[in-house]
Write a new protein. Structure first.
Length: 262
């Protein structure tokens, strides 16, 4: 990671943009349902979607339904539940699902087990479960150990630690695989990828982008494979707004220049 190096120029006509949500586009809250994205940031994302010809995607641990609700009226390509569900640019949904019987069993067993840790709670994501302990961080080790026992009992599961959360997801899916899939489809294919995220869950995405000689950006402190750095969500917002404004200004100048040549 390079803390002091400024972000490189991002010519949008040749870039594909991938964004994490919590801790990147929106601040972290004690409960996931308390999170919101400022209207000017949603507007900037819509402008970037237009300026890139549709090559903007969200890559998040949240389900697609939540992403659409948080970003409305923006609706763009997206990978939810760390890539277990993915909506491509044509609107087609691709899913890697656990069996309904296993999901039902997990829901029952996890809720019984987590009751021993006050302040912690289970979030069902349709094809994964998240064990949250942001309001009871003293139980971090216990929650991680609990999640590990489930991956040992059920080989279909993979463990994904994050900020004050441990997730149990289908084995073989991650944000890097989701970005890889997008980069083999229009309108992302042939472009330089950029991915910005803040958490351990984003490291697979950074590695994939680095392998494609793209731009990987880590938000906040912590060891990372990302090549660039922004301090916090506020800096992300400033960069996004300036990027959208700069590119829009360049487009207007191009139109004026072409008009003068006619």
């Amino acid at each position: 990671m390079t803390d002091s190096e400024p972000l490189p120029p991002i010519p949008l006509k040749s870039f594909a943009l991938f964004f994490d949500l919590d801790g990147t586009l929106a601040g972290i809250e004690k409960r996931p349902e308390w999170v919101s994205i400022p209207n000017d940031i949603k507007q900037a994302l819509m402008e970037l979607l237009s300026l890139t010809g549709g090559a903007v995607a969200l890559v998040s641990g949240r389900a697609l339904e939540e992403l659409d609700a948080l970003c409305a009226p923006l609706k763009c390509p997206a990978a939810g539940v760390h890539g277990a569900e993915r909506r491509d640019a044509r609107g087609h949904i691709h899913r890697t699902e656990l069996s309904p019987a296993l999901m039902a069993t997990l829901g029952t067993e996890l809720n019984v087990a987590i009751a021993a840790y006050p302040g912690c709670h289970v979030e069902g994501k349709g094809m994964a479960y998240a064990l949250h302990y942001r309001q009871a961080e003293a139980y971090a080790d216990e929650i991680l150990a609990l999640a590990e026992t489930f991956t040992q009992r059920y080989p279909e599961l993979a463990l994904q630690p994050g900020k004050c959360v441990v997730e149990l997801k289908p084995r073989g899916v991650d944000k890097g695989a989701a970005i890889h899939a997008f980069m083999h489809e229009a309108p992302f294919a042939g472009r330089t990828p950029l991915f910005i995220g803040d958490d351990l869950t984003d490291e697979a995405g950074f590695s994939q982008v680095n392998a494609l000689d793209g731009v990987s950006i880590k938000v906040g402190p912590g060891e990372t494979t990302a090549r660039y750095h922004l301090d916090d969500v506020g800096q992300v917002h400033q960069w996004l707004l300036s990027l959208a404004k700069q590119q829009e200004s360049q487009s207007i100048k191009t139109i004026i220049s072409v008009g003068e040549d006619l």
